[in-house]
Design a protein around this ligand. Structure first.
Ligand SMILES: Cc1cc2nc3c(=O)[nH]c(=O)nc-3n(C[C@H](O)[C@H](O)[C@H](O)COP(=O)(O)OP(=O)(O)OC[C@H]3O[C@@H](n4cnc5c(N)ncnc54)[C@H](O)[C@@H]3O)c2cc1C
Length: 477
């Protein structure tokens, strides 16, 4: 059933859910439990790796070094360096797009944790430098600056380690939100690639200075294997997987059609697309292989499930790169990697389904609606836009709702100044629970501008939903 709802009237209650969703509820519960177990395992592994890096030093007689100030200072310097490097390696694993991590916590959260670890890792590496300069300086009877100069001159790999430090500082500072917002995405992306240079330039001094990783020590092997695992994950999932996927599916553009105000839907064909069935709602990273376009890559969510033998994305012109895509020609070959993210069926925990999208944020929700399992009356779709022209894909979503027995609301208008900030002015005073009577037995998927999406999630939380029932996709970085 489709309910067009534009004014201040209260939404009519949707039909009561029909029985029969018990099997689905059980299956979703089991799947959710398995995901939580995997999450616990990965969290334990991450903490264990940090603990192991301390244990490496203690097992090498490090504990005995804490008996006087000078050697204790040097030991703190070594331990902070080990934990800091461990965190950097964990950050690289989080960014490697490993399916186990992506399928357990999702790409968004992986990148959020990656971002949060940046500052602690940098502080630890800075502490490593400061404590070692003080500790070695006390041994050599030099002040820390003179000790630094002496190390630079006398230790062959030290100058390159100092370069590594400068690169780390550059990467972390340009990633701070306040700094990041001043530069285009591409600038931040290129600077971020320096992380790899920072890790590589830090390597030589770890093996050539100090005894911990000298030849014959088992600690040396642990450290080498850790680096190799990270390198293998990056090569496998960031380099090889996109190349393999592109060759396997051989995508090319078939049609570009207008999808409303400043937006187009790009349809693609290719080989073995049925293998991607169920990826609706998740996103891929796309590179259109045409002059002026090939060097841009953009994340776009699928706006239709690939089950029907075609891929489709719907792109809103939000900048130079996406503007150029509106005129991409049929026949253009496309390189792709993905699917990424947990914004789809895999994250589901409850039989009820609520899809809330604003503007172009509706694209992944349209694809989820197409294939999600639910009984008629158990799904609600809320389309939010400031003008009717930006209710993207509205007609096809209405048709899908009609076919599948979902309830749809269109909430059009400027934001409410008072009351619930995600609703239009006419609906001020209402809440998500007014639209979705079975809200507490539902999962809520939200996609749209950050502040707006946060307001929807807050509303859902205040209605008593737990974090595991809330899913959101961010279209920014
Ligand atoms: C997971 C995800 C799914 C998305 N799905 C869709 C979709 O289905 N439809 C749609 O129209 N848009 C989607 N976007 C947004 C889309 O990727 C950007 O609007 C687009 O890349 C803008 O590129 P540009 O060169 O035109 O703009 P720019 O002028 O470079 O940037 C405009 C905005 O897009 C952001 N952006 C640019 N490049 C990237 C990038 N590679 N990764 C992340 N953010 C970037 C910038 O931070 C800025 O906020 C999605 C974004 C993400 C992160």
């Amino acid at each position: 059933m489709t309910t067009a709802f534009r004014s201040a009237e209260r939404p009519a209650p949707p039909p009561r859910p029909r029985p029969g969703s018990n099997g689905l509820a059980r299956e979703l519960r089991q799947r959710g439990r398995r995901r939580l177990l995997r999450e616990d395992f990965l969290t334990t592994l991450a903490w264990a790796s940090a603990a192991a890096s301390v244990a490496l030093y203690l097992a090498d007689g490090g504990a005995a070094q804490f008996n006087n100030f000078t050697t204790a200072t040097t030991s703190v310097g070594i331990i902070t360096g080990l934990i800091g490097t461990d965190l950097v390696l964990v950050m690289l694993l989080l960014a490697a797009r490993i399916p186990l991590i992506d399928g357990t916590i999702g790409h968004d959260r992986a990148m959020e944790i990656h971002g949060k670890l940046g500052k602690p890792a940098l502080y630890l590496i800075l502490a490593h430098m400061v404590f070692l300069l003080i500790g070695y300086g006390l041994t050599d009877r030099l002040n820390p600056i003179a000790e630094g100069v002496s190390m630079w001159n006398s230790l062959p790999d030290m100058w390159i380690a100092f370069i590594s430090m400068v690169l780390f500082i550059l990467v972390v500072v340009t990633s701070l939100v306040a700094v990041r917002k001043r530069y285009p995405y591409k600038f931040w992306y290129v600077v971020h690639l320096l992380t790899y240079a920072a890790v590589l330039t830090a390597l030589p001094h770890q093996f050539s200075e100090g005894q911990l990783f000298s030849p014959g020590q088992w600690q040396r092997w642990y450290w080498i294997v850790f680096y190799l695992v990270v390198l293998a994950a990056l090569l496998r999932y960031r380099v090889w997987a996109p190349v393999a996927l592109t060759f396997r599916h051989q995508l090319s553009v078939t049609r570009v059609v207008s999808a409303g105000d400043g937006a187009v839907s790009i349809e693609l064909t290719g080989l073995r697309l049925e293998e991607l069935a169920g990826a609706g709602g998740r996103f891929f990273i796309w590179r259109f292989l045409a002059p002026r376009l090939w060097w841009h890559h953009h994340p776009f969510s699928l706006s239709a499930d690939p089950a029907a033998g075609r891929l489709r994305i719907t792109v809103r012109n939000l900048g130079k790169g996406s503007a150029a895509l509106t005129s991409v020609k049929p026949g253009t070959k496309v390189a792709v990697s993905g699917p990424y993210g947990l914004f789809g069926h895999a994250a589901r925990t409850r039989p009820g389904l609520v899809l809330v999208g604003s503007g172009i944020g509706i694209t992944p929700l349209r694809a989820i609606l197409e294939r999600a399992e639910f009984e008629p009356g158990e799904a609600t779709v809320i389309l939010r836009a400031s003008t009717p022209e930006t209710l993207y894909l509205r007609d096809e979503i209405a048709e899908l709702c009609r076919q599948r027995g979902a309830t749809m609301y269109e909430l059009v208008g400027q934001r409410a100044r008072h009351g619930n900030p995600w609703l239009p002015r006419h609906q001020t005073g209402l809440a998500l629970s007014n639209y979705v009577p079975n809200l507490r037995a539902s999962d809520v998927y939200v996609c749209g501008p950050k502040k707006w999406a946060d307001a929807v999630l807050e509303d859902a939380k205040s209605a008593g939903l737990s974090d595991e029932q809330l899913h959101h996709e961010r279209f920014d970085w």
